[in-house]
Design a binder for this molecule. Structure first.
Ligand code: AMP
Length: 415
């Protein structure tokens, strides 16, 4: 299937074509026709599957037809609620890209920054609003946001919104919207609580699933290093310098840990930055931009801050700490190997994290390569001496794996 088979308006087709999208991804192929028919939809898809375009494109198509070139004052006709500021910025940017050749206007609002420019834009009138829950409710309470004319409500990353304690905010937001709206709900996982939410807010929804959360992308090469906890920083520096890694996203379990990793890398002359919830919105955006422009080779992030990071062709993800929730591992390594590109996911497993690694393996059911030939291995060996595929010559192997990753870059494979 091609985008031109989806009967989208010419202005959207042109914008999408310019972005280099030729074929819709599976989530897009399955969702766009139903959304165009006005159906409610529940989509189970991870970030990286093209899910933003799966809802943004048909919404823009519908609004473009409704609003057209009308000179009537603008009203908020689409609202996207998403848990993090980074994700909100990214979704807003995507809407702007896809709506480039229409006269629809969008605004992205989130907390932690002055409300003045946001209020100015709201006063001048917009069609599409992308928002985090707190600022949305705040500006609504102040009388700047009217959702009475809403056509479409999107609840994005619903599981994350629940995890972050936004469930009551989400319920309040839905109450502010008209009953005859179209509702689209996307979530990477489908726990019972999400099903209940969808039953509450969606009418006879179409259900679309692309790859369950337990599956890791086939085009991501995974490796694990069993490493003494106290040696993790040395191993990180060793890998980054010896294997000449750049564009590396490192995950740390805590904000404090992220800052410490950055400090230790900088002390050793590696340009690194941290991104986490204690940083101001402006600081986070600055760091993200520097990383995207390749001015900083290593970005150390906590899970929540990393949730919205969309960087094309991110080649390396390193789990400096293993997550205690196995699904988080899948989310993390989904930061690489996006949009059909290859990637490498490296995990450091300290002795105290062995149970986490077991849980992860149980979930992903992939025989992950154990790299044993490194200077910082556990003193008494790895937990499973029988399975590892030891690399006798790591550099050669790293070179080969990079080669094979590169060769996979051309293969389009969506997960
Ligand atoms: P998302 O899952 O929305 O975060 O999208 C992941 C990445 O895939 C983003 O960088 C999009 O620009 C890109 N993308 C989305 N749809 C397509 C498509 N049909 N063809 C190529 N790239 C796409």
């Amino acid at each position: 299937m091609l985008f031109e088979d989806l009967s989208l308006s010419k202005s959207i087709q042109k914008a999408v074509y310019e972005l280099g999208y030729l074929e819709p991804t599976p989530i897009q192929e399955q969702s766009i026709p139903s959304i165009l028919q006005g159906r409610d939809l529940i989509g189970c898809a991870q970030t990286g599957t093209g899910k933003t375009a799966a809802f943004a494109i048909p919404i823009i198509h519908q609004l473009h037809r409704i609003v057209g070139s009308s000179k009537k004052s603008k009203q908020i006709r689409c609202l996207v609620v998403t848990p993090t500021r980074e994700l909100a910025v990214q979704i807003g940017q995507n809407f702007d890209q896809y709506a480039k050749y229409t006269n629809l206007t969008s605004l992205t609002i989130f907390g932690g920054v002055s409300q003045v420019p946001q209020v100015d834009m709201l006063r001048s009138g917009i069609d599409i609003l992308v928002a985090t829950p707190g600022r949305l409710l705040d500006l609504n309470k102040q009388g700047y946001i009217d959702l009475d004319h809403l056509h479409c409500l999107v609840l994005d990353e619903a599981d994350q919104m629940l995890d972050m304690g936004f469930v009551n905010d989400v319920k309040k937001i839905v109450k502010l919207t008209p009953d005859n709206r179209q509702t689209l709900l996307f979530s990477a996982t489908m726990p019972m609580a999400i099903r209940e939410l969808s039953e509450m807010f969606l009418k006879d929804p179409v259900s679309v699933t692309v790859s369950p959360v337990s599956s890791t992308a086939e085009n991501v090469e995974q490796r694990v290093y069993f490493v003494d906890k106290s040696e993790k920083r040395n191993l990180l520096h060793h890998l980054i310098t010896k294997e000449n890694l750049s564009d590396v996203l490192v995950f740390s379990r805590t904000k404090h840990g992220a800052d410490n990793v950055v400090k230790s890398l900088r002390n050793k002359g590696v340009a690194a930055e941290a991104i986490h919830g204690d940083k101001s919105q402006n600081a986070r955006q600055r760091v993200l931009d520097a990383f995207k422009k390749k001015e900083v080779g290593v970005l150390v992030a906590t899970d929540i801050a990393a949730r919205g990071i969309d960087i094309d062709q991110l080649p390396y993800v390193i789990n400096f700490d293993l997550p205690n929730i196995p699904e988080t591992y899948v989310h993390r390594i989904g930061r690489t190997g996006r949009a059909g590109n290859g990637g490498v996911a490296i995990s450091f497993c300290g002795k105290d994290e062995a149970p986490y690694w077991k849980d992860i393996q149980k979930l992903i059911k992939v025989d992950v390569e154990v790299v044993k030939d490194h200077p910082y291995a556990w003193k008494e060996g790895s937990p499973d001496e029988n399975t590892p595929k030891t690399s006798s010559n790591r550099s050669k192997e790293a070179h080969n794996s990079r080669k094979s990753t590169a060769s996979k870059q051309n293969k389009k494979r969506w997960y």
